[in-house]
Write a protein that binds this ligand. Structure first.
Ligand code: G4P
Length: 200
């Protein structure tokens, strides 16, 4: 997605070999027009897949996931990382390890929000090691629903989460794929892998 790649090149900052700062357009300040375009793009990719729900984990995935749900005209489910006072007893829970943040979260979703008949699209802002997406996929599958795909805004290809998800049998569509940033310069992957949509 060219608009996203331009934004990354113009505004993102490489913090170190593995971490990209995107706080002016994704996860601190949010660019609504960019999010709208992201939503339109994911919705175009998945429009024939009969998606009935979009799911993400709080917090930075919410903006692109909400725009995608809006464009697909389906509800957005936000998996919680912390139990809130409104958390009910009937929940699906998965432990999700974050390598980037060096912490483990109990990710939860109320059972009433997922039905076995649902066709669910997972959306997240970053794909690093794939743990968040795998945790969400496990929760969706506990309910009997089907994961139709995993839509990622920025995939860091060198951290191999995309490969892990592909090996687990999931379709992955990433709008920007970073192959390398170890020199401080962002290098996008030239080609999409065979599992990604040919339209991107
Ligand atoms: P994984 O899910 O693919 O295994 O990735 P990992 O655990 O390593 O990273 C999880 C968290 O770190 C996510 O935030 C993700 O958005 C964030 N993250 C990963 N790589 C980067 C990066 O290069 N730059 C930035 N800015 N963030 C990155 P989260 O736990 O969902 O928290 P939140 O920030 O959304 O609240």
């Amino acid at each position: 997605m060219q608009l996203l790649k331009d934004k990354i090149l113009n505004e993102a900052r490489v913090i170190n070999d593995t971490v990209l700062l995107v706080d002016t357009f994704i996860n601190h300040q949010v660019d609504p027009e960019l999010m709208q375009e992201i939503g339109k793009t994911f919705s175009a990719i998945y429009k024939m897949e009969g998606v009935t729900k979009v799911i993400t984990i709080e917090s930075s995935g919410i903006a692109p996931a909400l725009m995608t749900a809006l464009m697909l005209n389906v509800p957005l489910v936000i998996a919680r990382k912390q139990k809130s006072i409104t958390t009910q007893d009937n929940i699906y829970t998965e432990k999700v390890v974050s390598f980037t943040k060096q912490q483990t979260n109990d990710v939860t979703v109320a059972q009433k929000l997922l039905q076995a008949s649902d066709r669910v699209l997972i959306i997240d802002d970053f794909l690093a090691h794939g743990e968040a997406a795998l945790g969400l996929a496990r929760i969706v599958e506990k309910s009997g629903a089907k994961v139709v795909g995993i839509g990622i805004v920025i995939e860091k290809v060198f951290q191999l989460g995309g490969r892990k998800l592909q090996d687990a049998g999931y379709r992955v569509d990433s709008l920007a794929r970073i192959e390398n940033m170890s020199s401080g310069k962002i290098i996008f992957a030239e080609k999409n892998p065979i599992y990604a949509s040919p339209k991107l």
